[in-house]
Ligand binder design. Structure first.
Ligand SMILES: [Zn+2]
Ligand SMILES: [Zn+2]
Length: 402
């Protein structure tokens, strides 16, 4: 049976997240907030499932670019591997720096910085949009002449290493601090202390920051998160608020030059009042929510289930029909939108639950195609529709009442 072993990355990362949480608790360090951790995991879950699509697409793009546009013919040997490592890390530095200095790229990268916590769950905050931008930057490598197979190996390394720099539990690492990006360096990068802003962009080597003048050493205690905290755990709002802010800013700008300056200009020049305006319009700012024990338990169970479904979908992806793969992806995306909305006690969650239930029925019917199964599903479905309002009220009461 052909399995997709990249799925093993999920238990691998989850193990370290749990280990970090356990050690933090034992050391009495307050490094994890429930809502922040769930919101972080939600972003990572969707990135993992969409990875199936983006990695394949970019492998195809890299191969095509290499075959048609490669400037040099590069063979695989120890020297070219070192060169490729240096090249990918340098490209990463600029991709990351542009991600902070250009509004369009910041709209995608901002999600990585929204968490007010700094731990391994925050490392999971990579969006699919960011993965696409990263792939576009990396397209320079096959044009130079590096084969797609070599680049894919390096992508895996670059996808794993930075996970381990997102922790408060590891102090300074002696002489390694001069060469590689350490947790201390990356803590600075995730901080909103004025002296730490726009510093330490490196992914694996810190030398680029020293060469290009963006290095800062960790001295004062870092304050994590954005300078203006988002104050929302909604999956959709986290992903799209800055894009929406840019659209509003572009519409308000009078000339084409001014509009282009907004898209490609610096986030430092962006008007923060636009977010407040959108928050008021879309009522996204939710503060002081009391989570009941029941709600916490429900979110925990839902998140664990979604991670298991994610793991199974990726592991057995070669044996799932394309239609079911899309349906599973939609199911997973709906699941994280729901848990994000549960954190904000949104009243429309039940309708999405129903959509999720419909998808499940469809998949089940597709997989076990017998007349009895179809009849049973139709019966359950009709009953749910008949008692929709009652189930809705019970669901709502169960989750949000004390
Ligand atoms: Zn960053
Ligand atoms: Zn980071």
């Amino acid at each position: 049976m052909k399995l997709e072993y990249i799925a093993l990355a999920i238990p691998f990362f989850v193990f370290f997240m749990l280990l970090e949480y356990y050690i933090s608790r034992r050391k009495n360090r307050k490094t994890h907030q429930f809502n922040e951790s769930i919101a972080n995991l939600n972003v990572g879950i969707v990135e993992r499932i969409s990875d199936l699509l983006t990695t394949g697409t970019f492998f195809f793009v890299f191969t095509w670019l290499h075959q048609n546009w490669a400037v040099f013919t590069i063979e695989s040997n120890w020297l070219t591997w070192i060169l490729l490592f240096l090249a990918t890390d340098l490209v990463w530095y600029w991709y990351h720096r542009f991600g902070h200095e250009i509004n369009l790229f910041w709209a995608a990268h901002i999600v990585h910085h929204q968490s007010d916590d700094f731990n391994y769950t925050a490392a999971a905050r990579i969006t699919v949009i960011q993965a696409v931008f990263r792939g576009l930057f990396w397209s320079i490598l096959p044009i130079i002449g590096f084969p797609a197979e070599m680049i894919t190996v390096l992508l895996l390394i670059h996808g794993t290493y930075p996970f381990f720099t997102h922790t408060q539990l590891v102090g300074k690492l002696g002489w390694l601090e001069y060469i590689i990006v350490t947790p201390s360096h990356h803590r600075v990068h995730h901080s909103s202390n004025p002296e730490y802003l726009d510093k330490n962009y490196g992914d694996m080597l810190i030398i680029w920051d020293k060469i290009f003048g963006t290095f800062a050493e960790e001295k004062a205690e870092p304050q994590y998160g954005l300078t203006k905290s988002l104050g929302s755990h909604s999956f959709l709002w986290q992903h799209f608020h800055y894009f929406l802010e840019l659209i509003v800013a572009v519409r308000l700008a009078k000339t084409t030059k001014a509009k282009l300056k907004i898209i490609f200009g610096s986030p430092n020049d962006h008007d923060p009042r636009i977010r407040t305006l959108l928050e008021r319009k879309l009522s996204q700012k939710v503060t002081h929510i009391q989570y009941t024990e029941k709600l916490i338990r429900a979110i925990q169970i839902k998140t664990i289930t979604t991670i298991i479904v994610l793991f199974g979908t990726i592991l057995f992806s070669h044996h799932i029909s394309p239609i079911n793969l899309w349906l599973m992806t939609t199911f997973i995306v709906l699941s994280v939108i729901i848990t994000g909305a549960m954190l904000e006690q949104k009243r429309w969650i039940f309708h999405l639950e129903f959509a999720r239930f419909s998808i499940l029925c469809f998949i089940f019917n597709e997989t076990v195609m017998t007349i009895y199964v179809t009849a049973l599903i139709l019966m359950i479905y009709t009953l749910t529709l008949l008692f929709y309002k009652t189930i809705h009220t019970t669901y709502q009461r169960f989750l949000f009442s004390n």
